[in-house]
Design a protein around this ligand. Structure first.
Ligand code: XLS
Ligand code: CA
Ligand code: CA
Length: 445
């Protein structure tokens, strides 16, 4: 496994393994709600939540923003190049174990630096993949998903699979080919496609139809190659409406589902939905999860939150209990996430630059989702919304409503019915009462 550095096990200094201590604990490095072995319904919390650490925000982000320089203080800062890539693996596995998370996720370029050629880049990757594989043998941590970074390097200035330049399309294909081989090698449970720069700035220079067709061609080639090499993980596509381009093709769940169906890709893909991307699309997180769920395409979740006061992708750690509760409600109603998980695609704020903040932030996110899980489970167990919804749509279970649902009605029969029905009565939707009940559950469960 090559060189090992002297720091193994000490990157996070004095931080010990984080344990569950319960809601009365004052220990900032203890879980108050996440009790991995606690059974909720038919599974443990750990099995329900399938937490994953995102390599990019946690091990490579340095705190730079459009206005200022790096702020993060990391114990691996003094290394560079491949040495840096290797110490990050050591630090990563230390954190995974200290948090007790079962999964992690990465982009190819998070784990190893680019070389001067694609061949050199792949060689760098091979070294780190081998090292990660060794670590995975002795730890219980698995790869939730990997993906390809096809947005940072200047070659992707006009996109990757939707670039106007066929050479870039070919490069991107080579990169995803390697990504799928990596997924197979490390036993990834999923492979993610996030559109990166797949979108456009102005229609004045854009062949929108060709770009969409090419994107679909690219996805089909990926599906074919996965079959060829025997990679059986789930393919996921991650919607986002804007950033970096003005108009990203996979804008939201509904748009992405339409794309998958239009190009006969829906049987190969599910959606990886991110809370902050829902906010950017002008939706709630639970809306996006519900849309995917009712189409049978809810695959995995990027667990973070956006700032409703800012128009960009802030990727904050999830601490909003309304959001985590309603997200877990959708996930439970979906029968879980299958081989998906809750990946903390989240970064500490630029002002939270100390190493411990990486631990506090994950503990905060894990507790917020654990609490959300418990509340959502109780809401479903008590049929709080189900009974209200069943009663609200009762008119479709008998008479003319049942005729509509069972396909016996047409415009003639409905007109006859309406002409004879002169007293339409509606009932209150009781929105405020339901929100008050939700508050009660969040406060008291
Ligand atoms: C960026 C996306 C990205 C994907 C993986 O906004 O969230 O991080 O999750 O490429
Ligand atoms: Ca994401
Ligand atoms: Ca994001």
């Amino acid at each position: 496994m090559g060189q090992s550095y002297t720091n193994v096990g000490t990157y996070f200094g004095s931080v010990n393994k984080v344990f569950y201590e319960g809601k009365d604990s004052n220990n900032p490095l203890a879980f108050k709600y996440y009790n991995p072995e606690e059974i909720i319904g038919n599974k443990t919390m750990k099995e329900h939540l399938r937490f994953s650490v995102a390599y990019w925000h946690t091990f490579t982000a340095d705190g730079t923003d459009p206005f200022g320089a790096a702020t993060m203080q990391r114990s691996w800062d003094k290394y560079q190049g491949m040495d840096l890539a290797k110490v990050r693996v050591e630090a990563a596995f230390e954190l995974f174990e200290k948090l007790g998370v079962p999964f992690f996720a990465f982009h190819d370029r998070d784990i190893a630096p680019e070389g001067n050629t694609l061949k050199e880049t792949n060689e760098n990757l091979n070294v780190i993949i081998a090292m990660i594989k060794e670590y995975m043998k002795t730890s219980n941590v698995k790869l939730l998903w990997n993906t390809a970074n096809m947005f940072t390097h200047p070659r992707f200035v006009h996109g990757a699979a939707t670039s106007c330049n066929a050479d870039v399309f070919a490069y991107a294909a080579a990169q995803v080919k390697k990504g799928l081989e990596t997924a197979k090698e490390l036993g990834a449970e999923n492979y993610v496609f996030w559109g990166g720069r797949e979108g456009y700035e102005t229609l004045l220079n854009t062949n929108l139809k060709l770009e969409l067709d090419n994107l679909a061609r690219f996805m089909h080639m990926a599906v074919d190659y996965a079959k060829e090499i025997g990679f059986t993980g789930q393919f996921l596509i991650e919607p986002k409406p804007k950033e970096p381009t003005t108009h990203q093709y996979d804008t939201d769940a509904a748009t992405t589902i339409a794309f998958l169906k239009q190009y006969n890709l829906d049987k190969y893909f599910k959606l990886n939905l991110e809370a902050n991307h829902a906010t950017l699309a002008g939706h709630t997180f639970d809306h996006e999860l519900r849309v995917a769920r009712v189409h049978g395409l809810l695959g995995s979740v990027d667990a973070n939150q956006g700032d409703p006061l800012l128009g960009w992708d802030t990727d904050e750690f999830p601490t909003d209990l309304y959001s985590t509760t309603l997200a877990m409600y959708e996930i439970l109603q979906n029968g879980g996430l299958g081989c998906g998980g809750l990946n903390f695609d989240a970064k500490v704020r630029r002002g939270s630059f100390e190493l411990e903040d990486l631990v506090y932030s994950h503990v905060a996110g894990m507790d917020a989702f654990a609490r959300g899980l418990k509340v959502a489970h109780k809401l479903i167990e008590d049929r709080v919304f189900e009974d209200v919804i069943a009663e609200r749509y009762h008119s479709f279970t008998e008479g003319i409503g049942l005729d509509i649902v069972e396909g016996r009605a047409n415009f003639h029969t409905l007109e006859q019915y309406a002409l004879n029905n002169n007293s339409i009565q509606n009932k209150s939707g009781r929105q405020e009462r339901l929100k008050a009940i939700l508050n009660q559950y969040i406060l008291e469960v």
